[in-house]
Design a protein around this ligand. Sequence first.
Ligand code: EPU
Length: 442
Amino acid sequence: MDKLLIEGGLPLKGEVQISGAKNATLPILAATLLAPGEHRLNNVPELVDVSFMLSLLGRIGCPSLVSKTLRLDTTRVVFHEAPYDVVRRMRASVLVLGPLLARCGEATVSLPGGCAIGVRPIDQHLKGLEALGCTFELTGGYVHGKAEKLTGADITLDFPTVTGTENILMAAVLAEGETVLRNAAREPEVVDLVRFLRSLGARIHGEGTDTLVIEGVANLAPAVEPYNIVPDRIETGTYLIASAITGGDVTCLGTRPDEMENVLEVLRQAGCEISIEGDAIRCLRDGPLHPVSVETAPHPGFPTDMQAQLMALMSLANGESTIVENIFENRFMHVPELNRLGADIAIDGNSATVQGSDSLRAAIVMATDLRASASLVLAALAAEGVSEVLRIYHLDRGYARLTEKLLRLGARVRRASGDERGTSVSLQTMATGFQERTSNAS
Ligand code: EPU
């Protein structure tokens, strides 16, 4: 497995181009199943998770071709299963459940099981899909779903789950009649999925609020123009913190500042100068870092996907801060590793207390999930000496061209191979078998 060698202590400076959002791309790729034909997508990030999703769609019968614009042919669905070996690698594979049920009336998806950040059940996905008329059987670690007919329903989620909202939404767009989805997720990635579905002919209202109203249509068709995926707000926030933690001056280009109010406000409170010009966000920090206390919450609250990165920043603040994790029950796996880099963080239940220190020291650290890995890279960028961040395949899942982007900002960083073979795979090698098709078989 590859590792990153990072020599810390240099302020990052310059501009970085933000890639398309992973968590918008994955549901949008799944949603292409709803509209047979050729889809074209722009701003698709080069990520291993995207490769996984394309590979899953390839197994379902939908080949893809990657160049500047991704082309994906969903004319035919020959297989309606997301097998264990795919779902175990990427939980977001569960996003094909709703679209396959709507398209084929049948779907088999491996149960995702637990992961490094918690148990993460899919009961809310199933509850919503059942309300639309699906029936499920759970056997052998798989959920087998059937839907003779989907009918609109009034559904209230117990929690505004992001992928749960997306799965139910994707089934509801082809249901007969109206669906009202209450306590729905309001994340910008859900909004982007709604916009994409609308470009296919879906009728949806209320995106960005907690109530989605969906008027089912008989069928959907690929959009004429390529669809542009929204920029990644979590990648943006991570580079802004890279600037803050190194006392740097970084401008993120091609962002959506309106989607990140909460993170920007927290960075201002921490002593950063944040300026916005169009779609660019600049973060400058030349004074001391102030402690801030935050609690993660569904959008528009502080995102759980930025919690680990903020914790790395707070470990260099001038005082004590508290970070409470309210979304996942086990998302503090980065804490012992940050402490190895010299941070002073104590956990009590879902609350972490960070005593800021003057400096961090290089260490060998290992991460267990994507955002935890990002927090270790950030801390290493500020630590004295050369750190090694192991298991960086997590980073390949969610940060496009990370090493290249950091190098451009002046970081001293190098990717090196470890003892085992690397698992990073380029989009090109995973997008397989795409051919021009003229027939319309489905
Ligand atoms: N939950 C349930 N039942 C369900 C669904 C969720 O109890 O049926 C619980 C989960 O166990 C968790 C909470 O609800 O405690 C929130 O989970 P949610 O379903 O909202 O998360 P997700 O849809 O599985 C997406 C992102 C995550 C991000 C969360 C929260 C994608 C592909 N993933 O996950 O992204 O952390 O929303 O915003 O969109 C990441 O990018 O690093 C990442 C983990």
